[in-house]
Structure formats: C-alpha cells, structure tokens
Design a protein around this ligand. Structure first.
Ligand code: GLA
Length: 725
C-alpha cells in the first residue's frame, strides 16, 4: 500500500519507493503536515504537532486551550487566512458576511487506486490504476460552509507526489475565492536555499540560488503566461546539498498562467512553501453548487542532490506527463525556415530548402511565420489564417505536396491566441481582443491578444486551423505566443467577474489546444512563446516538445539548456543548429543534440565541408536518439559555476552506454582538465567509439578523462560515446 491511514493515531502515510509524507488529524480537526522526506514508517509524529505554543502573541485555539495549540506555530497542512495563522496563506474565501476569515478542518477522506484528471486543466496521468494511489481529504470551514478537498497522488514507480485542491460551494450563498494555492508545505527548519529559474527573451531559465531568510521570498508571474521572466519551478535545497548529494525538494506547477511560488520563514525558524495560481489579479465567484479546480503541483524529494531531483522529474515527465503518439514514436528531424528566411520566402525557395534538406538526411520542413494574410513583417495579419498566394501561388497544396514528394514531412507555424490590429479579423470583430473598455490596450510586437476566454473566439480559431490541417496533410504545428497579457479584460465578463479573466484565458487556451490536439492525433505539436516563454509542464501535456529559446548561439544555449534541465527532460527541449557564427558546426550540433534536434538555417548556404558535418550529425541523431530521450542526464560541469566550460552526460537506464559532451566557452591556454564521468557501472568495461580504447566504469568515474586539449580552443567541443562490452 502506498497510502495508509492509522485510525487510532489519525495519521496518513503517503509512501513512494523512497519518500514518505505524513499528515495528521489533530484535535478539533486541524490538518497538520508532519513530515516530508526520505522513507520513514513510524507512526508517532506527536513531537511535530506543535511548535512553541503561544510564542510571540500567537493566538490559541479556544477549545484546545490557551497552552495547547496555536495555528500560527503548528505545521498546518493547508494554511488559511485570518484565523490565527499569520504566515502566508494558501487559501482565503470571502463569505456572505463579507469577511475573509477562513478556517478549514477535517471532515472525511477517501483512498483509491489510480489518479483522476482535472476538468479543463492538463495534469499528470497513469496508464493503469496500479501505477498510483490517491488520497482525498475533505476539509470544511464551518462558518462560510466552503469545502476544500486536498488531493494527493503518490506513484509506484517514482519518488513523486502530486498535490492539488478542489473547492466546492455546497451552500445557498455565493462565495468568493481570493486565494487557492495548489500546494502548501510546512518544514520545521529554514536551513534551505531556494533555487528558481529567472530569465527574459533569449535568456530563459537562468538558475538562481538564495539562502532562505526570515520573512517572505519567492517568484511569480503576472504576465498572463508562465513566462520567460520566472518559471513555475522552485526547489528547496538543504544547506550543503550539492548536485550529487543532500536533501532537495523540487516543485513544479502544471499551469501556464499567472503563478506564485513563495517561501516564508517565521520567528520559529520554520518554513512555509506555497505554490499555485497567483492571487494577484485573481478572484473567483463560486456560485451555489459550483466547484473550482486548482492545477496540480508535482513534488519531488530526494536525498541525492539536485542532479537526482532532475532525473526524477525527467523520468516522471516522460512517463506520466508527455502523452499522445509522440510520447514514444520517433520525432522527425526538422529544418525550420525562420532563421533561414524570416518573412522572405515563397514556394520555390522552400522547395529549394527541401531539396538540400533531403539530400542531408533531414526529415521535415517547417514553414514558420509569414505564410498568411499580408504578413511580410510582424506588423499585420495575425488572425487572418488564409494563405498569402503571392508567396505560395495556388495555396498550400503545391508546397505541401512538393515537400512530401521529396520524401519530407511538412510543418506549419501558427500563433492562434493573437490578433494584429491591422487584420481583417480585427476589423470584423473589434471586441475580440483582450481589453478593458475605455482604455487603449498596450501593443506587444505590434499585436493584441485574442480573447480565448470566449467560446465564440475559440470556435472561430479552431475552425480556421482545423480546416487547414484537414485539407493539407500537415505533419507538424508550431504553436507560438509572442507577447504577455496587459489590459486584462474580456468584453463578455461582467464587472464582478473581471478578476477571473486570467484563469479563464488559460482555461480557454487549454480548451482550444486540447481540441486540436485531440482532433489531429497524428500531428506533432511543438509549443513556443518567443522561444521558451511558455515552457511549463501543462504545455508539455499538449505539446510534447517546446522551442527552448530564440537564442540559438551554442554558447548562450549552454546556460539555457542547463537551467531548463533542472526539471524538463531532453525530449521536451527544442534545440536547433543555426547559422550563427560564434562556433563551428560541430559544436552547434553537439549542443543541439541534447534536445529534440533540428536545423534553423538556409541549407543551400552550407559549405561542402559543413554539409559533411551535418550528415554526420544526422547519423548521430539516429544513433543516440533513444539514449538522449530515455537516458539519465548527469550535469558534470555547470556553466552557472564555471566560466570556462560546460559538460554533461547521458547514461542509458541500464548503464550500458553513455554520451559525454564538453564545450569550451572560454579557452584556458595552459589549463589542464580532467573530467570524471558519473552514473556508470564501475565493474563494467566501456569501449570508446572515438579513441578505440576500453575503460572500466571505475576508471571513467574515479580517474576520469583528460580533456586538456579541448579546453585550449574557444568554442571547441568534444563528444565521446562509450558502450559497455
Ligand atoms: C517567435 C518564435 C520564433 C519564430 C518567430 C516568428 O519569436 O520563437 O521561433 O517562430 O516567433 O515570428
């Protein structure tokens, strides 16, 4: 049993193979989060129920008694607002009386096999009920009558737990949800560093680490999307924990909209961590009988360091998040027209790309932005998804057929949730964009956001895209989203519901994308948002790969890919070789090989020498495909810590092979460098394909490789493949 309930002690144990989470039902129905960490089966956690009762004006529960218990100092499982717990609250409801004091107490629980999906919101899944168990705890506020069901799932094959919340209003009155976080964790200590991923366009997911301090700290998005600026990921690393050892708790919100991840350390030296929908610009009117579903948080714990946390996320996402045909089916190696031609292309040029691409072994041509309306730059036509026949005479057919006739697949670009002020769609429907009456909305990249919280808008966009996909034998769609949302408002929402907009927008996105993905199961969808501005687990449920960054410079890509790899697997990271001249093609290929791999250049311009390198890369792509998609990532030298170089390794799950890559960012003339590999079997012998020598796993991991030559040349890279004999 993964989940047990001890009715005598009123304790829930949620076990995975390596972790345990303990919840207690305390006097008066207070739900307490008593333990989260390495596996422990004890059933007495009474020492953790209260901390310093009555410390520093903390109010006591009147029934339990003045010296018994204060919600302010207890490890409250799901912290509520205004009823004596002064720490950051996960939940706050305003009732008919107008106040927002909220106090949830235990009412009932259920334990069942499997895991349920969340209505309207993507989430992790099981293929068979035997893969997980779920605990639902119903809690209630006696005065407002609001009910919150805390939902926990633990998995049999992964040290992973998911947490989410369902709020119900069984009363006659209308209730107002002010805050509904998905996860709340109280830790008895504050000896942690907080790890987060900040960034901006072309510099996504930079790893940042800060020691927790008394008070509040954390990250959020108010941009309407998960965003370049902060990713909905956070980890708490116990002081002293490293890449390879020590306690790490990782949290990733399966949501693409405004989020908040906050840690507060109180006067007791304890830590509360909460993650969920950002309560700023949010309120939800919950009518009588209605329910609200919060997205889920994926929680990973390991005592083996940050690297193992990442590997747990990667395996888990490949098994329980990414879905559809391309979860397992090999993804085509693509060439994209964007950096090759920008808006300047026509059928002949694209077919000429296809001719060379075919000759190089590339498998799919993707036509990026610029094929529709009058779009010759980024100032017009979003929403007018009608082929520009000046560029593509006779429509898509001749091009798509021509590409297919050359033996390549064909992909197309869309930015469905956007509308250009200069578009026929905007002229026909001047209230279809996101706006607030009386205010001229800000423009971003000369465009407005289309109000996909509206069903009529979604239906229109759906039919425009579906007819193109139906009639043209399209194999791939790149789904872009190139601005953040300001002036948030929908023409259809009444004033009292305006603060529901951001969440309704995201629900609309999921509905639109979900319908298209379901209707076209053979089409590979790739997510994108000005590069990686919407790189989150919810998107990965819909699009199995996401364009990681518009920055294709292989040296800049190192930090971007290292940061992204904190929780997202290689199978998800769009990575292309481009024509940028920072390094040679070998290094560009070695870096892009870490992700979904492809090209983003005019293949006609490649020299014969570079074409030969590309042919070798194509062969390597096929050879290493399974290893990279299903293997374990070991980050050996992090570009966040080392100014000179970065190195990483993919190791087959059965340790039968490994691919090692090192890239020199800045040369060291007289340096010596030895890199020790990780994750191998010390007792097996590994043959190196490149130098023809054979090494024991012990030698490679303890003595290491002498890579001193590679570190003496700027932009140089080394890739070595070892297979066990
Ligand atoms: C975004 C994407 C790019 C490209 C352009 C097209 O910036 O990230 O890859 O598709 O839009 O306008």
């Amino acid at each position: 049993m993964l989940i047990t309930y001890n009715s005598e002690k009123k304790l829930f144990h949620l076990h995975t193979s390596d972790t345990t989470y303990v919840i207690g039902i305390y006097d008066e129905g207070y739900l307490l989060g008593l333990y989260y960490g390495a596996r422990v089966t004890d059933d007495d956690f009474s020492a953790f129920c209260c901390r310093l009762p009555n410390a520093s004006f903390s109010p006591a529960d009147p029934v339990i008694g003045e010296h018994g218990f204060s919600p302010d100092t207890a490890p409250i499982e799901y912290g509520c607002n205004g009823a004596g717990d002064f720490r950051i609250s996960a939940f706050s409801v305003r009732g008919a009386a107008g106040d927002n004091v909220t106090d949830l107490r235990y009412r009932a629980h259920r334990i069942y096999a499997g895991k349920q999906s969340i209505p309207g919101i993507p989430s992790t899944y099981v293929s068979d009920d035997s893969e997980a168990q779920t605990l639902e705890i119903d809690a209630e506020d006696a005065v407002t009558g609001v009910q919150a069901t805390l939902v926990y799932t633990v998995f049999a094959d992964s040290p992973v737990m998911t947490k989410r919340v369902i709020v119900r209003n069984p009363t006659e009155n209308t209730l107002y949800l002010e805050r509904v976080f998905s996860a709340c964790n109280d830790f008895p200590t504050m000896d942690f560093d907080l790890v987060t991923l900040y960034g901006r366009h072309a510099v996504e997911r930079t790893m940042e680490k800060r020691p927790l301090a008394h008070g509040l700290q954390g990250v959020e998005s108010k941009r309407g999307v998960s965003s370049h600026a902060q990713n909905p990921f956070a980890a708490l690393m116990r002081h002293g924990a490293t890449e390879d050892a020590g306690d790490v708790y990782g949290f990733n919100l399966v949501y693409s909209g405004n989020f908040s991840a906050l840690a507060e350390c109180d006067f007791n030296g304890s830590t509360r961590f909460i993650m969920g929908i950002n309560p700023n610009d949010f309120e939800w009117t919950l009518g009588s009988g209605e329910a609200f579903y919060a997205p889920e948080v994926v929680c990973v714990y390991t005592d083996k360091g940050l690297g193992e946390m990442s590997r747990i996320f990667h395996r888990f996402y490949n098994r329980h998040l990414i879905r559809g045909k391309f979860k397992t089916e090999k993804r085509p190696l693509l060439i994209n027209s964007w950096e090759a031609a920008y808006f300047d292309f026509d059928t002949d040029k694209l077919l000429a790309f296809a001719d060379v691409a075919k000759e190089l072994g590339i498998e799919m041509l993707v036509m990026d932005d610029g094929w529709f309306g009058k779009r010759n730059d980024d100032r017009s036509s979003l929403g007018d998804w009608i082929v520009n026949e000046e560029k593509l005479p006779g429509g898509l057919r001749p091009l798509v057929d021509g590409v297919h006739a050359r033996g390549l697949k064909f992909g197309i670009w869309y930015e469905p949730e956007m509308i250009s002020p200069d578009s026929d769609l905007f002229r026909a429907h001047p209230d279809w964009h996101v706006h607030v009456d009386g205010r001229a909305p800000k423009v971003g990249r000369h465009q407005y956001v289309l109000d996909v919280s509206r069903a009529d808008v979604r239906d229109y966009i759906y039919s425009m895209i579906a007819s193109v996909l139906q009639n043209n034998d399209i194999d791939y769609v790149k789904w872009d989203f190139n601005r953040n949302i300001s002036d948030a408002g929908s023409a259809l929402l009444p004033p009292e519901r305006k603060k529901e907009f951001f969440h309704r927008f995201i629900l609309g996105t999921y509905d639109l994308m979900g319908r298209l993905v379901e209707a076209f199961p053979d089409v590979l969808f790739e997510g994108c948002s000005g590069g990686g501005g919407r790189f989150d687990p919810a998107m990965l449920c819909l699009t199995p790969q996401i364009w990681t960054s518009d920055n294709t410079d292989p040296i800049e890509r190192l930090t971007i890919q290292f940061g992204t790899s904190l929780c997202y697997p290689a199978s998800a990271m769009g990575a292309h070789v481009s024509a940028c001249d920072r390094t040679g093609y070998k290094t560009k290929g070695d870096v892009a090989m870490w992700g979904t791999f492809g090209y983003e250049l005019d293949p006609r311009k490649l020299s014969e020498e570079d074409r030969e390198i590309v042919r070798r890369q194509v062969a390597a792509y096929h050879k290493y495909y399974d290893l990279i998609r299903t293997g374990d990532l070991y980050r050996l030298i992090s570009p966040f810590e080392n100014r000179f170089r970065a190195a990483w390794q993919m190791v087959a799950a059965d340790r039968s092979s490994t691919l090692f890559t090192l890239v020199t960012m800045r040369k060291e003339e007289n340096g010596m460098c030895f890199v020790r590999l990780k994750g191998l079997d010390p007792d097996r012998m590994y043959a190196c394909a490149e130098d023809g020598k054979t090494y024991s796993g012990a030698y490679l991991m303890r003595a290491g490789l002498n890579v001193s030559e590679v570190i003496r040349r700027d932009g140089e890279s080394l890739t070595l493949y070892f297979s066990a004999e």
